[in-house]
Design a protein around this ligand. Sequence first.
Ligand SMILES: Nc1nc2c(ncn2[C@@H]2O[C@@H]3COP(=O)(O)O[C@H]4[C@@H](O)[C@H](n5cnc6c(=O)[nH]c(N)nc65)O[C@@H]4COP(=O)(O)O[C@H]3[C@H]2O)c(=O)[nH]1
Length: 750
Amino acid sequence: MSLTLGSVEQDPALVTAHVDLERLSREQQALLDSAGVGIAFIKNRVVVRCNPHFAKIFGFSHRDQVVGIRSASLHPSREEFKALGRSAYPSMIQGKTFKTERRLRRNSGHLFWASLTGHLINAKAPHEGAIWIVDDIDEQRHRKALLSSAIREKQLLFETAAVGIAYFRQGALTRCNPHLGTMLGYEPETLLNLTNVPTSLLANISPLNVLSQMSASSSGNFEGELTLAHQQGHRIECEARSRWVDPLDRSQGEVWILVDITERKNIQAMLTKAQAELERQVHERTNELSATIQTLHQEVEDRKRVQERIHWMAHYDPLTGLPNRTFMADRSQEAITQARNNASPLAVIFLDLDRFKHVNDSLGHKVGDALLQQIAKRLRAVVREKDTVARLGGDEFVLLLPGANAQGAARVAGKLQEASLRPYQIGHHELSMAPSMGIALFPQDGEDIDSLTQSADVAMYHAKLEGRNTYRFFTPQMHAKSVRALQLENAMRRALERNEFTLHYQPQICLHTGEIRSVEALLRWNQPELGSVSPGEFIPVAEDSGQILQIGEWVLRKAVAQLQTWHQAGFGQLKVAVNLSAIQFHQPQLPELISRILLESDIPPTALELELTEGVAVHDPKAATLTMDALRKSGVWLSIDDFGTGYSSLSQLKRFQIYKLKIDQSFVHDLDHDSNDRAIVSAIIRMAQALGIQTTAEGVETQEQLDFLREQGCDEAQGYLFSRPVPAEQISELLCAYQPWSPPPSPAFS
Ligand SMILES: Nc1nc2c(ncn2[C@@H]2O[C@@H]3COP(=O)(O)O[C@H]4[C@@H](O)[C@H](n5cnc6c(=O)[nH]c(N)nc65)O[C@@H]4COP(=O)(O)O[C@H]3[C@H]2O)c(=O)[nH]1
């Protein structure tokens, strides 16, 4: 700015004043240029002058751009400009400085906050204009607004937060929010004044204590759980967190945030308890379960074992471990199919042990079972791997031999016989056991296993009938005969109760005196459908089926009862001889049975004679001796029947306390024309005499036979020459009519 004064150069005072004025003007200009606020001189509502900062505030690049513009354009609207004038000028014309904060408008049109300070150049002459100082406080206002909103938000948070907030400074609670009061049961103000509350009231967990402690011990970044006390005394579990308000200036204290987790804790405790309980129960259940599982496992195992056992038992014979009938039938199906498809041979051997029942009856089932086991082993050892050896039950075995023709089957049968030659050692018993075997061939003797087995069974039966310890091939003619055996066995079961048995008696004549010394009881069976069946046929069937025990007892009782009748009729010297089957003999209770039968009658034991076969002592001479001793001790007489056909040794006869030998009728039969038989008979008689044993000749039919026997010193004779076996009544007649011979009574008795 320069002031033109015209022609005042000559006046030094004026020049000085002029110089001063110029300097002042420069100073003023410098001040204006460097001022940090906008300054403008406005006159008649027009910007007359302004400093650069003013131009900058309003968005002009140079102050010259502002000079001359209307001041109203610097305001948001004309109305606001007028309003400013209305509020500013009343005080400005009084010479006062007017200050306000208004929104102004930049050159760009954007509004901004500015602080305005106005002062009239001359209060008395407002038209001379005014100086306006403008400061851009837009940013400041904005910050302030943000700050106050932050403060408001903070306050709002502080007051409404659902957590307790507490400020501590130098160990003292300086501020807390209402929630903390609510948490602890105090008004916040009361809490602030708690320093006056006796701490004893809340014991050592009073909020005061705890809060003080919190403040004292905290390092400004506590995070953890605290237990506070409610005003009413109960505990408040809190999750606490502390922070320095200003970590750089710890004098400003710290802030604590406390969350009441009592309920959560309680729930947590309950949950923990429930969980522990649950775990306990789970543990218990797991244990129970594992015990159950174990039991189940055990049961499954047991069941499996049982099933395996059942399966095994359904297919195997438990005693010998050999396949049973069912399993054999299964295997045979395959074998038969193969034989049929390949036109290959197949044989079935039915094997039955001869007189096995005797072993069972005399030595007991234990010995019998052990014997069967050994036999099973031998059978198995004889045949090939692919052959099947099955036990049908009892002493019956079936061998299925795929690929075996008649020759092969015969060879196997031969090997089986050979194998049975060696005696079996069962404990201290040495036993011999021979098999009878029947062979059936596929397909001629049967096309399925049932018919093959049946045919082999029939053939076996024939082997038995024809001498035992042998084998026979099945022939169609065999059928009728074996059917008869089965018929007999079945019919015999009812024979006793139906009174089909009777006894006939045959006299035994003393060759020294001609007296009838005794009679032999001989069993007769008259079966209504089958007619009269001979003992030679039915006794073996009775022995094989075991029915001989019952029948034999009946014979004993009947014979003793009959003898009693004869004794009572006056024939007191008469004796009765009863045949005893080996099976009966081996019954341990035999001596006792006989004693009982005799006791039940009035017959002295010496009136009873028991006829045994030589075979009774073959298997177990020791046991046989014991039985014989017991029988002898009771007083009954023992004789050996059919002597000469068996293998009795002299020493045995001596030990057996035998009183009589009955010379088998096969030797007597040919005495007239067979010198061998004569020699044998006379040897038997002499030997018996030497041992002090009586002799009775069986089957004496002719006078010549009788003469020879008498010559040789035989003691007794029995045969058709004297009498056939006859019913008891006829014996009574004979006893009455018979006179000791001289001459011999024949043929009067026939
Ligand atoms: N050819 C011929 N035969 C004669 C003559 N005299 C007697 N007999 C027969 O010879 C057999 C003698 O009986 P055994 O040798 O004990 O032979 C008996 C005996 O071993 C057995 N038996 C008979 N009854 C019983 C019994 O009650 N129990 C037992 N276990 N076996 C019996 O049956 C076998 C056969 O008995 P039976 O048929 O009655 O046959 C009897 C008898 O009738 C004769 O002069 N000539």
